[in-house]
Design a protein around this ligand. Structure first.
Ligand code: NDP
Ligand code: GDP
Length: 327
């Protein structure tokens, strides 16, 4: 039985990846940071019905000693580094913490593997935010980076550390440059989930308006369940490498709103209100990924079209709010 260690196991991708690896017969160890609200932590794993099957261990990405202790005790075959301060907007409020967790945190995991001479395969959760102010119409592994936020910059550091540890120390380290991926388990501060949650509240009469920022930005959105499979596929390759994971279709926030509101018979123009405070100091206007390499080499392809993804998210939020109303 293979052992996988997942940092960020309580997040969206961590939960789906844990479920996926358990389904493949893995022993899954999940690093969880201590919190005073530990009763609500693990909610996503609970939602997927896998919380009892994951071995949760106490640690923090900023604490090298905790990482070394965990790696030593669970002796993983594969390490997936998904933990991060992952919200772009917050990265301007907490740039140093973002650098320390999202950037240096990845270096800590790599260092722990190197110092312990652990031969585990390593996956780094890199991000399309590294492309930022895009240098090519479609972004692939060969597109130059131009990050536009402290988050993107921290991810770029972690990305190059992954490449460097692969080249310097022969670590089987791969980096997945994943474009935005969403699900009913997406954090509520991200625009897709904010919209689907808002739509469900408006439909149920719990709210009238939905404040949003820039409606013209475009993202290449896929389903998180499809994307965690790509992470695993990367670590099954004999040779570690970097891969863009994307759908190849880009859609504006405005169109996202139109689809989500239309699903419950509403017109977004009646409810969406622009709030200038939600505009960002520097924007990533458009992202559009070229994942040909992953499709050819890994045999990966996205399965869920955007319309189905949004409908699934709206329906899940309607159920959540109806359940809350009943209780
Ligand atoms: P989430 O924000 O849902 O999850 C982040 C996870 O990191 C949570 O489990 C969080 O724990 C944990 N974490 C935060 N700080 C620390 C710390 N100091 N020590 C240990 N754990 C910590 O992110 P996603 O699941 O959406 O994304 C997974 C990874 O992929 C992230 O690195 C993200 O930046 C990256 N990524 C995501 C994309 C997306 O579209 N979703 C696109 C490209 C990259 P807690 O629950 O306690 O907060
Ligand atoms: P990101 O691509 O990782 O920054 O993912 P987000 O979901 O946070 O943001 C995607 C895009 O939606 C960005 O261009 C934001 O500026 C835009 N956006 C517009 N309104 C909002 C909002 O109210 N919240 C968030 N999170 N993003 C918004």
């Amino acid at each position: 039985m293979k052992t996988a260690l997942i940092t960020g196991v309580t997040g969206q991708d961590g939960a789906y990846l844990a479920q996926f690896l358990l389904g493949k017969g893995y022993r899954v160890v999940g690093l969880m940071r201590r919190s005073a609200s530990s009763d609500v932590i693990g909610e996503r794993l609970r939602w997927l019905g896998v919380i009892d099957d994951v071995e949760l261990v106490d640690g923090n990405l900023t604490d090298l000693s905790s990482l070394m202790r965990i790696i030593q005790s669970c002796n993983p075959d594969e390490v997936y580094n998904l933990a991060a301060q992952s919200f772009v907007a917050s990265s301007w409020q907490q740039p140093l913490l973002t650098g320390s967790v999202t950037g240096l945190g990845a270096a800590n995991v790599l260092e722990a593997l190197r110092l312990l001479q652990c031969s585990a395969r390593f996956y780094q959760a890199s991000s399309s935010e590294m492309f930022g102010k895009i240098q090519q119409k479609m972004q692939s592994e060969r597109t130059p980076f131009y990050p536009r936020s402290p988050y993107g910059i921290a991810k770029l550091y972690a990305h190059w550390m992954t490449v460097n540890y692969r080249e310097s120390f022969g670590i089987h380290a791969s980096s997945g440059i994943l474009f935005n991926h969403e699900s009913p388990l997406r954090g509520i501060e991200f625009v897709t989930r904010k919209v689907t949650d808002g739509v469900s509240r408006i439909k149920l009469g719990l709210a009238k308006e939905l404040p949003l920022g820039n409606l013209e930005a475009c993202r290449d959105w896929g389903h998180a369940r499809d994307y965690v499979q790509a992470m695993w596929m990367m670590l099954q390759q004999d040779i570690p490498d970097d891969y863009v994971i994307a759908t190849g279709r880009t859609t504006s926030i405005r169109e996202l709103c139109r689809i989500a509101f239309a699903h419950v018979g509403l017109n977004y123009e009646d409810h969406v209100k622009i709030n200038q405070n939600l505009l960002r100091p520097a924007e990533v206007d458009i992202l559009l990924g070229d994942s040909s390499k992953a499709r050819t080499t890994l045999g990966w392809q996205p399965k869920v079209p955007l319309e189905d993804l949004i409908r699934e998210m709206v329906d899940a939020d309607l159920v959540r709010h109806r359940d809350k109303q009943r209780s």
